[in-house]
Design a binder for this molecule. Structure first.
Ligand SMILES: [Ca+2]
Ligand SMILES: [Ca+2]
Ligand SMILES: [Cu+2]
Length: 184
């Protein structure tokens, strides 16, 4: 089987270690609040389970979700402040998305003191279709799915073509590694 050909070249222990690293890759994204009337970066795209860390950088500001100064209730740092030690963190995990659903997982926000002069930002949360990588349908993406993809190496499409590009190859292996863990 193609599995043997592959494992002869690539130590499975290294693949497993890579998978663990990928699975534990939730990131923290810092957004500067001020010193002018802007957020930097103003628009960010993050992955599910990542955290946005707003850090006050001069000026009198807050972070408040919504559009045009109308708060939508998703998140709010508090009243505007110029305290330079102020920070505000939101972790955009599945529980947060479930509690605060938004179209396309797009979360607009503003500073209530300066929304009138365009102090706005947004967070877009990308959610990987992890269950596509669960090729054996047991609700967990793990070493068994990796073996299945390797065993069907080179096939044209089908269940084991995780990314749907028409061939089972290394990209599908990376998709399995990237989706490691329980399906949501
Ligand atoms: Ca599975
Ligand atoms: Ca593929
Ligand atoms: Cu402001």
């Amino acid at each position: 089987m193609s599995r043997h050909m592959f494992s002869g070249r690539t130590p499975l222990a290294a693949l497993a270690a890579l998978a663990l690293n990928v699975a534990a890759s939730a990131e923290i994204h810092t957004v500067l609040v001020g010193p002018g009337f802007d957020f930097l970066p103003a628009e960010i795209t993050i992955q599910l389970d990542d955290t946005v860390h707003w850090q006050w950088n001069g000026g009198f500001h807050n972070v408040e979700s919504g559009i045009g100064g109308v708060h939508d209730g998703n998140f709010r740092s508090g009243d505007p402040t110029s305290d330079p030690t102020t920070t505000f963190d939101v972790t955009f995990d599945q529980a947060f998305l479930d509690a605060h659903p938004m179209p396309d997982n797009l979360y607009p926000y503003y500073c209530i003191a300066h929304v009138g002069v365009g102090m706005v930002g947004s967070v877009t949360v990308e959610v990987a279709e992890t269950c596509l990588a669960d090729v054996n349908d047991d609700t967990t993406v793990d070493i068994d799915d990796l073996f299945e993809v390797l065993a069907h190496w080179g096939e044209n499409g089908g269940t084991y073509d995780v990314n749907g590009d028409g061939v089972v190859d290394i990209e599908d292996v990376f998709d399995v590694l990237g989706a490691w863990g329980a399906c949501p």
